[in-house]
Design a protein around this ligand. Sequence first.
Ligand SMILES: NC(=O)c1ccc[n+]([C@@H]2O[C@H](COP(=O)([O-])OP(=O)(O)OC[C@H]3O[C@@H](n4cnc5c(N)ncnc54)[C@H](OP(=O)(O)O)[C@@H]3O)[C@@H](O)[C@H]2O)c1
Length: 342
Amino acid sequence: MTKTIKRIVLASRPAGAPTPSNFRLEEAALPALPDGQVLLETIYLSLDPYMRGRMSDAKSYADPIRIGDAMVGATVSRIKQSRHRDWRQGDIVVAYSGWQSHAISDGSDLRRVDPAIAPISTGLGVLGMTGFTAYAGLRNIGHPKPRETVVVAAASGAVGSVVGQLARIGGARAIGIAGGTDKCAFVKNELGFDTAIDHRDPDFARQLAEACPDGIDVYFENVGGAVWDAVLPLLNDFGRVPLCGMISHYNDNAAAEPSIDRLPASMKVIQQKSITVRGFMNVEFIDQHPAFLEQAAAWIADGRLKYREDIVDGLENAPAAFIGLLEGRNFGKLIVKVSGER
Ligand SMILES: NC(=O)c1ccc[n+]([C@@H]2O[C@H](COP(=O)([O-])OP(=O)(O)OC[C@H]3O[C@@H](n4cnc5c(N)ncnc54)[C@H](OP(=O)(O)O)[C@@H]3O)[C@@H](O)[C@H]2O)c1
């Protein structure tokens, strides 16, 4: 039986982009398993942009990680030992174990994963939080109609890849924005978007306008910054903007460099074109989660919903992979393989 656990803790808070020195790999003794609890062994760890916010002590919707505490995060885990009547040794679950090889849970935060539906790693991506975010934001806020134009940024990533495919399934045109020719080719050729535009191309804004001759009806916002600047003039009257995230700003360091004030220009267009911009957190739609799981599993089975995972081997490589996520180095849903599936 395991005696020690490995974990990655927050060593210091980043100023701007995180660096390896903000993280520390530690070993700790495994506590005895209390009655009514389960011991989880992490198989896969999800790396997600929101973790950058938790590394900061700025006021937010969630408490910051304390210095010296393990980084937080969702995992696909195996129940290694159970002293809980509802959970059996060997069960595979989605948990919230954080950046650790093992964790103890009272079972209240666990969701069973059915390995018969899809590979278990999908519990963190297309069949997990990111797939659900795409579904909830598009369905409840974007409301795309057939033949409307839906644009999504970070289109090869975990959320964006699902947004565009769901828009297509509903009969809308899907335009993806991604960084680089390989990601754009994947978005168009593998995921089946109508087209994809490279935001790193100096001619990006003109190419986006050319790809949207009828304007943009729904812009699913994942990125902000220069991508928002290019989208804004193309939005149609009564356009809808599910505001999911703004990853291009997560490493902003206001103390070091003031950022561009986009507010007046954005508000002017939003008012004059009667646009709805609605921020959201996926959890506010959690009652729709069972319907999402059923629907997404069916779309995966019939080949209409595809996914790509970027799996990095070894917990010790999580910090570098996470730093890369904020620079666009991941290609697909970023996951760390912490231990073997069997
Ligand atoms: N509201 C919610 O409940 C919720 C839930 C989950 C995620 N989110 C948000 O959804 C967004 C996407 O998350 P994800 O998990 O799907 O990540 P992801 O797309 O799998 O990975 C992040 C991608 O963002 C792009 N990116 C990074 N820095 C950028 C920059 N400066 N400018 C433009 N693009 C940049 C990169 O793609 P390219 O190389 O293509 O640029 C990178 O690969 C994030 O903003 C995240 O915070 C929100």
